[in-house]
Design a protein around this ligand. Structure first.
Ligand SMILES: NCCC[C@H](NC(=O)CCC(=O)O)C(=O)O
Length: 444
């Protein structure tokens, strides 16, 4: 049976804005309070998704969340009509309103951790939504994420959906951004590499001092248990706390893998040599560890350009390509490195650049925008087919964005009650386009 790795990109929601909500994420902080362009953001995302579909990749989309999140605002004591709730929050607690208006669900690398059926004991594809407890604006995503995943991977025979982990710092979980699956072929059992920022229960273990480590070892272990993975197919590796303190808030800002390739910065991990030996032993086949040295690319350049927040994809002809943001072209050291990379004799043979600047300004590159789901033909046939990218869906979604999205949005605009109506109208129509049923609270 044929095997694929599908990418499910998050559609950018109508409230995409720059509120500076993510302490430890340099781009989010430095672009705080700029005006955003939700329409351009959504179109940039669609262009990338469509280009991958055109390359012959299996490409899907995941619906965004309902924002403003009036349910959370009511839960914390704002009352009255929807408009009153919004306006009271804007006046009394603007930071809470901002947290309830983020379009952050667009970064679907943080939607969930996914284990393909080749790795799991029951032969199903397992999904655990990330609880995202480290950031208030993201901690309100997991329940709706679960609804959207169930409506997209809507078949009990092939897909197993878990509840997100307990909402406590000990179980801080950021999903696939800290999870890489290595394998010789998508359909063969692989090694699942879980990269954590700190151990919550071991006070002596290293941890960052300036910025938060969002992923715990305990969370990664819990996901591995839920997903019925064998010990022999898991590796738990700690991220270097020094790079977290330099703005590497997720492992996918400093390394990315695909099949038998792990592309990484030499400062990415702790205990690198021993852990790579464990990966090689558990893989039982050749792994290409492609190391980038500090001399070639500094941590600062990696964080600014998102060299490692690229997607490495295997094209239908078997060659690998790297999908990079145009910011990598604009950084001389990174651009020089990428030009050289394709000549080094590694499986990576080409680089494709995409403008995803609207997302980059909030610290989300090409890899943040997608959730990978390795599936065989039968599993792909069991996916909600209306979520899979093709010419018709691309055209429909572009017209939908054109019709409903604003081309400028400031943080002050988040208090505008009209945004509730616009957003709900757009999402209601989207659930019809994608045939998701009622996944949002306002539809229940
Ligand atoms: N994987 C990329 C995630 C980026 C995301 N940024 C944000 O939420 C910024 C939102 C703002 O500042 O408005 C985060 O840090 O979790």
């Amino acid at each position: 049976m044929k095997q694929f790795e599908a990418n499910f990109d998050g559609l950018v929601g109508p409230t995409h804005n720059y509120a500076g909500l993510s302490f430890g994420n340099v781009a989010s902080y430095s672009n705080a309070a700029q005006a955003s362009n939700p329409k351009a953001a959504a179109k940039q995302g669609l262009q990338k998704a469509k280009a991958l579909a055109d390359l012959g990749m299996v490409q899907g989309v995941l619906a965004p969340q309902e924002r403003p999140d009036l349910y959370t605002l009511r839960r914390i004591g704002f009352s009255g009509t929807d408009a009153e709730v919004l306006q009271k929050a804007a006046k009394q607690a603007p930071a809470l309103l901002n947290a309830c208006c983020s379009a952050s669900s667009m970064w679907t690398a943080n939607a969930a951790t996914v284990s393909p059926s080749a790795d799991t004991r029951d032969g199903k594809v397992h999904f655990t939504p990330a609880n995202l407890v480290d950031k208030l604006h993201r901690s309100i995503e997991p329940l709706t994420t679960g609804n959207i995943l169930k409506a997209t991977f809507n078949n009990d025979r092939h897909f197993k959906h878990h509840l997100h982990l307990p909402e406590h710092a000990n179980f801080g979980d950021e999903g696939a951004a800290n999870h890489t699956r290595l394998c010789s072929d998508y359909g063969k059992a692989g090694v699942e590499l879980f990269v954590y920022g700190q151990s919550a229960t071991n006070p002596n273990a290293p941890k960052p001092v300036k910025y938060p480590a969002r992923q715990t070892l305990e969370a990664s272990q819990a996901v591995a248990r839920l997903h019925q993975l064998e010990d022999e197919s898991c590796v738990f590796m700690q991220q270097n706390p020094d790079v977290i303190d330099q703005g590497v808030f997720h492992n996918d800002v400093i390394s990315v893998g695909n099949q038998n390739v792990l592309f990484y910065h030499e400062q990415a991990f702790l205990d690198t040599e021993a852990k790579f030996a464990e990966i090689s032993r558990k893989m039982n086949s050749e792994v290409h560890f492609i190391k980038v040295s500090t001399e070639q690319v500094s941590i600062d350049d990696a964080v600014r350009s998102y060299l490692f927040n690229t997607q490495i994809i295997t094209l239908p002809n078997g060659e690998m390509a790297i999908v990079a943001p145009t910011d990598c072209q604009e950084n001389p050291a990174v651009f020089a490195y990428l030009n050289e990379l394709t000549t080094l004799g590694t499986p990576i043979k080409q680089v494709k650049y995409f403008d995803v600047k609207q997302s980059m300004q909030n610290g989300g590159g090409p890899a943040c925008l997608r959730l990978r789901v390795a599936m065989n033909e039968q599993e792909i046939a069991a996916v909600n087919q209306h979520t899979l990218m093709n010419d018709a869906l691309f055209n429909k979604l572009n017209s939908w964005v054109e019709k409903h999205y604003r081309d400028t949005l400031t943080v002050a605009d988040l208090a505008d009650p009209q945004l509730i109506i616009e957003s709900r109208t757009a999402l209601d129509e989207l659930t019809q386009i994608l045939k998701l049923g009622s996944v949002y609270q306002f539809q229940k």
